[in-house]
Design a protein around this ligand. Structure first.
Ligand code: WQD
Length: 351
């Protein structure tokens, strides 16, 4: 059985990916220092897969500690590297901790991949690498504009570090550019545990609907879009997770034609903020307390994926639609309300 190291496996996408990997026959170990996550999420993972996942609570910025994971697991055949800070706003306020954390951990992991001859590497990237693109529908070839935030810059640099490194060693890599991941696992055992006041749309919607937030704002309704609000490509977290399994299998089966390939992960459909709210209200039966507010600085008007490459090369096909995304996100929020322990975990992270 192929052993895969998932870094950041206690995070939102990492935890869903562990489930998908195990369900598809991989043996998984996790490395997460829980600086922005909580190990309790692995209890939910274990409920779904009926199996314990070992977590190494290690700061990947520490090379010796990272090295020790590989020394203990010389049979690691693949790495999926999620571990990173991901708050756009925080990265603008504290850019150095973003560069320090996101880049040092990546470099250490790549050094170990090289040292221990790990053949397969998947890097968690983002549509943020396109910056503010000239085209609304972006392909993997769409020219990258300057990053809109230090967080985005760490993803651009991260991609560059991976693609340059694999040219001179035996590692093969895939860079996965996520659009807007939302929703929760349909079993309702795992989902997103946002820390602090949520900056992203769907947690803002569900937390307002449940009453954790008094109300939410729609940032800008005067854009040149069908209803004036911004357009994004929302993609279910389980579809994103499955793409990682497919990417690993693609590398294992030597289907890649270059040492580093890149794929967009979005549904290819764009929805406005107001359409998302509307879908949520219909699915949940809750009237959302929102008001229209000014534009949020740094927001791109509209961006969605051309996902043909992931469909044809990786054989990936998104399974969940916008209603499923809202439904699973809402059920997870209701569960957080009922599950005292999980709520405590989330509250402990609130600042
Ligand atoms: C979506 C839309 C907001 C909150 C971010 C990162 C990006 C990627 C995905 C990882 C926008 C609007 C939001 C609210 C609102 N992440 N909105 N009221 O900005 O598209 O992308 O997450 O790499 O890098 O930048 O996602 O969910 O913040 O916003 O009206 O309270 O919802 O203006 O139009 P975004 P988002």
């Amino acid at each position: 059985m192929n052993k895969i190291l998932v870094t950041g496996g206690c995070g939102y996408i990492g935890s869903h990916t562990i489930v998908d990997l195990v369900e598809n026959g991989f043996d998984v170990i996790c490395a997460d220092n829980n600086s922005r996550s909580n190990e309790a999420i692995l209890n939910g993972v274990e409920k779904i897969i009926n199996k314990k996942i070992k977590n190494y609570k290690v700061d990947l910025c520490n090379y010796d500690d990272t090295y020790a994971i590989f020394q203990e697991n010389t049979d690691i055949r693949g790495i999926i590297h999620f571990a990173a800070y991901k708050s756009v706003g925080e990265s603008v306020e504290k850019p150095l901790i973003y560069f320090e954390n996101n880049l040092n951990s990546l470099i250490n992991i790549l050094k170990c991949a090289e040292e221990f001859n790990v053949p397969h590497f998947v890097f968690s990237s983002s549509c943020t690498v396109y910056g503010n693109p000239d085209e609304m529908i972006v392909t993997e070839e769409t020219p990258q504009k300057p990053a809109e935030s230090p967080y985005g810059a760490t993803k651009q640099m991260g991609e560059q570090i991976v693609s340059e490194t694999v040219k001179s060693n035996s590692v093969n890599a895939i860079l996965l550019r996520y659009f807007n991941p939302v929703g929760a696992h349909p079993s309702n055992n795992i989902g997103e545990l946002p820390i602090g006041k949520p900056a992203n749309l769907v947690p803002a919607i569900t937390q307002t609907a449940i009453g954790k937030l008094p109300m939410m704002q729609v940032f800008g309704t005067d854009y040149n879009t069908k209803d004036g609000s911004c357009v994004r490509d929302y993609i279910h977290v389980c579809d994103i997770a499955h793409a990682h399994t497919l990417a690993l299998n693609y590398l294992i089966n030597k289907k890649n034609s270059t040492a580093c390939e890149v794929y967009n992960l979005g549904t290819g459909d764009g929805y406005t903020v107001l359409e998302v709210i509307n879908a949520f209200e219909k699915i949940s039966g809750v009237k959302l307390n929102y008001q229209t507010g000014p534009r949020r600085s740094g927001d791109v008007i509209a961006i969605y994926a051309n996902n043909n490459k992931a469909k044809s090369h990786l054989d990936w096909q998104p399974q969940y639609n916008l209603n499923d995304m809202m439904d699973t996100a809402w059920k997870w929020e209701l569960k957080l309300k009922d599950d005292g322990n999980l709520f405590k975990v989330q509250k402990a992270g609130l600042n």
